[in-house]
Ligand binder design. Structure first.
Ligand code: AKB
Length: 320
């Protein structure tokens, strides 16, 4: 039987790095693509295409050249940067997605496409718990692009017969790769300030609860929804998936269990109003019922993994 060929767009980004590694370690044939090469040593020998997803011809040609069967389109401008550069973010997120959907629908070989949506599709009117089909009037460029993207995916499914699958990711936290330009980034960047000379300055208020998820679960969700039988994908839009929910104060208290000297101050900036529009948690019962989704990593485990990994890579001053 011919092997599947996984083409990962945005493979040098936060989610792409972890997903590419997981697929490679599972023995799958992987082709990486991004505007910059991968930084992780274990990915440097894999086939890499330097490609801007906004270039429609490049997307179609490169995917075809590699005999792609599965596309994972993970390149996007996130919420905070999107508010600073709205036109660029809209162009990258929408033109990129349409190029991928169009090329995939035209291809005779591509069996499935994965594209991530986000908690950003929910707006302030939604309330603290976002239901699967909850109120979606996003107030950020990023959120609007994700909401429109969900509808484009549904259109390609219905009108072009494309098997495109999607989940709504919360803030993602992992050891291997930093995020860039998101509102949930504090929960990753704090681990680079564990023993700094000054307290970590958090850009959200201490009681801002947001949905979050460890990368192991984020990658697991992608693998799980992509391998589910087509008949189990019953929802026409992206699926809510819930990992864990916490506020900065709770995360920092957990860090202090391991690093007693860790200190933080709170200096909310423009990202506070983005976070205030997002839900505290997601009702993910549809994903659980339809394709068996369940998250594994809790806050204690997450903090421990992040600290262990940082301490392996950085010599901390108080460790002699
Ligand atoms: C962001 O903060 O913009 C992203 C997201 C929640 O989609 N991490």
């Amino acid at each position: 039987m011919p092997r599947n060929v996984h083409f990962i767009i945005g493979a040098s980004g936060q989610l792409g790095t972890e997903f590419a590694l997981a697929l490679h370690q599972a023995g799958e044939q992987v082709v990486l693509s991004d505007i910059k090469p991968p930084e992780l040593d274990s990915l440097k020998d894999l086939p890499f295409e330097c490609m801007d997803v906004r270039d429609a011809d490049a997307v179609a040609n490169r995917m075809a050249q590699h005999g792609t069967t599965h596309v994972h389109h993970l390149a996007a401008a996130l919420s905070a940067r999107g508010e600073k550069e709205p036109q660029w973010a809209w162009d990258l997120n929408m033109r990129g997605l349409l190029n991928v959907l169009e090329a995939s629908a035209d291809s005779k070989k591509i069996a499935k496409v994965f594209w991530p949506s986000s908690i950003a599709v929910f707006g302030p009117k939604n309330g603290p718990v976002a239901e699967q089909n909850g109120h979606r009037i996003p107030e950020t460029v990023y959120g609007i692009s994700k909401q429109a993207g969900e509808q484009w995916c549904a259109w390609f499914r219905q009108h072009r017969g494309l098997d495109v699958r999607s989940v709504r990711y919360p803030g993602l936290i992992g050891e291997l790769s930093p995020p860039g330009g998101g509102t949930t980034d504090y929960a990753v960047e704090v681990f680079d300030h564990l023993d700094g000379p000054t307290p970590y300055s958090c850009f959200l208020s201490k009681d801002t609860v947001l949905p979050m998820m460890h990368m192991e679960d984020a990658v697991g969700a992608m693998m799980q929804i992509m391998s589910a039988p087509q008949g189990r994908i019953l929802n026409s839009e992206s699926y809510n998936i819930q990992g864990l929910s916490f506020d900065p104060e709770t995360l920092f208290a957990e860090i202090q269990q391991h690093v007693p000297g860790f200190e933080a101050v709170f200096a909310p900036d423009f990202r506070q109003s983005i976070a205030d529009g997002w839900p505290d948690e997601l009702n993910d019962s549809a994903a659980r019922e339809d394709w068996g989704w369940t998250a594994k990593v809790g806050i204690q485990d997450l903090v421990q993994r992040m600290i262990v990994s940082k301490r392996q890579s950085i010599p901390f001053p108080n460790e002699g």
